[in-house]
Design a protein around this ligand. Sequence first.
Ligand SMILES: Cc1cc2nc3c(=O)[nH]c(=O)nc-3n(C[C@H](O)[C@H](O)[C@H](O)COP(=O)(O)OP(=O)(O)OC[C@H]3O[C@@H](n4cnc5c(N)ncnc54)[C@H](O)[C@@H]3O)c2cc1C
Length: 250
Amino acid sequence: MKILVPVKQAPDPNAIRFDASGAFAASTPRVVNEYDQYAIEEAIRLKEAGKATEVVVMTVGAATARDAIARGLGMGADRGVLVITDDADLTAGDVAAIVSTEARDGGYDLIIVGQETSDGGSGTVGPLIAGLLDLPLVSNVVQLEAGDGTLTLGREVEDGRHIVETTLPAVVCALTGLNEPRSPSLKGIMAARKKPVEEKQVSDYAVSDAHVSWGRLYAEARVVEGTIIETDAESAAKQVVAILREKKLV
Ligand SMILES: Cc1cc2nc3c(=O)[nH]c(=O)nc-3n(C[C@H](O)[C@H](O)[C@H](O)COP(=O)(O)OP(=O)(O)OC[C@H]3O[C@@H](n4cnc5c(N)ncnc54)[C@H](O)[C@@H]3O)c2cc1C
């Protein structure tokens, strides 16, 4: 089984800074999108279990997105594909068109994407890839078992877990809880330096616009309203009951 893991280098959610225009500031550190780390980990586990023959990590982004590939290789992926673009407004449809071309030409059996990103967060790249390749899509995946040309998958749903089966090839969207992603070891980081990374340009692909338009990104002003009761538990309980009675809620 050949596995393709598309990853996005996204702003570090723990260190977001905005510039004057409301966009993410260039000084915001970039990391591999959280959900994509579950995707990489799951692919590597399938290889370690002898179920996968090759794990390829791919990204579409600025030249600096090579760091995202390096992390995947350090974790244990076999090789990388870096599709370079300077276009910050590349749409989810463009990314999906590029990834699906790579997946089709490379003869991949499984594409594991993250459920969504921490910046764009549309959650549309996976479904678009599945649509373009006419493949089954399983989203919100928190459990994965590989059979002979099939996958049994656990999907997180509102009131529990939904178990589904699919044939391969397929597209799977990884969610928190699927696994515990490893950090690259020193040995892994050293080995990653010798692993091949194929560099391509967006112009090497035919991209199709998904006709999604975005408004300006901005930090929403927070308005917090409420009553803070600062006293001992017994008096606080009495005051809460009095407020509820006053509002005719009890
Ligand atoms: C400031 C800002 C401005 C934007 N402006 C525009 C705009 O003008 N027009 C517009 O159409 N869009 C715009 N976008 C959306 C942006 O292009 C999307 O982030 C991008 O299309 C990917 O979609 P997503 O992040 O919603 O991915 P999702 O669909 O949430 O990602 C799901 C999964 O797909 C994979 N994936 C996503 N992106 C990549 C990638 N680049 N390389 C490899 N794998 C990937 C990962 O596995 C990821 O976990 C803007 C986003 C931001 C933050």
